[in-house]
Design a protein around this ligand. Structure first.
Ligand SMILES: [Zn+2]
Length: 225
């Protein structure tokens, strides 16, 4: 484990969606290419996918379905923004997704300031997105919150300060969030390069080592068990 991962691990856990929902009401979900339920038809239709998630939550008596870090997915084939040849196809998810209801409160994972925000408005993209900047031993690192509502970024300014656990925004619906069932994409990023209001949330197999190192498992911080 790297020093940065150790740092994340020793931090007190925090929720990044609605703090009143206990982790007892969370359930893991497999959205990998190994899940036989995820046929083409389901993946192509946000409404059907939303029903699938709702059924899954109900069956598991849960309010939030989570997972997806370092997960190989077929979910991205419907959108051209992820296309590439063979090993260049971006289909490995490197954030953590939390699937729940539209409008659910999203909260800051750590004390920080708004680095940037953007409405990434393509099919399969993040929709409204906020990136917060934080410090680890004099070095900057970042947390990214994707698939938010438009209201989440409508009154935001670069540099705005948020405290750990403070409300940052709310979850958007398929009309604004890139065409997905409502969920938060949460990602930790060490080196943001020149990105602003956006950062890859999926990568190709041949860049996986770099991205896993640059974007450690968000659950080191969230500590959902
Ligand atoms: Zn995601």
């Amino acid at each position: 484990m790297s020093p940065f991962e150790k740092f994340l691990k020793q931090l007190e856990n925090v929720k990044v969606i609605e703090p009143t929902i206990s982790y007892d009401n969370y359930v893991t979900i497999d959205l990998s290419d190994k899940n036989p339920d995820l046929n083409k038809e389901l993946l192509a239709d946000a409404e059907k996918f939303e029903i699938y998630i709702e059924d899954y939550l109900q069956k598991n008596n849960a309010l939030v379905a989570f997972g997806g870090y370092n997960e190989v997915r077929n979910l991205y084939k419907r959108s051209t923004i992820f296309n590439g040849e063979d090993f260049d196809e971006r289909n490995i998810h490197i954030g953590l997704d939390l699937w729940t209801k539209e409008g659910t409160e999203v909260t800051a994972a750590l004390n920080g300031n708004v680095h940037s925000f953007n409405f990434n408005n393509s099919l399969g993209d993040y929709g409204p997105t906020i990136i917060l900047e934080h410090l680890f031993e004099e070095e900057k690192f970042y947390t990214l919150y994707g698939h938010l509502s438009l209201e989440s970024i409508s009154n935001l300014q670069i540099g705005d300060e948020f405290k750990k656990g403070e409300k940052l925004g709310t979850l958007g619906n398929a009309e604004v969030n890139g065409g997905y069932s409502p969920h938060l994409h949460f990602q930790i990023i060490k080196n943001l390069d020149q990105n602003s209001g956006d950062y890859p949330g999926v990568c190709s197999k041949n860049k996986l080592d770099y991205y896993l190192e640059n974007c450690p498992d968000p659950n080191l911080l969230l500590k959902i068990n």
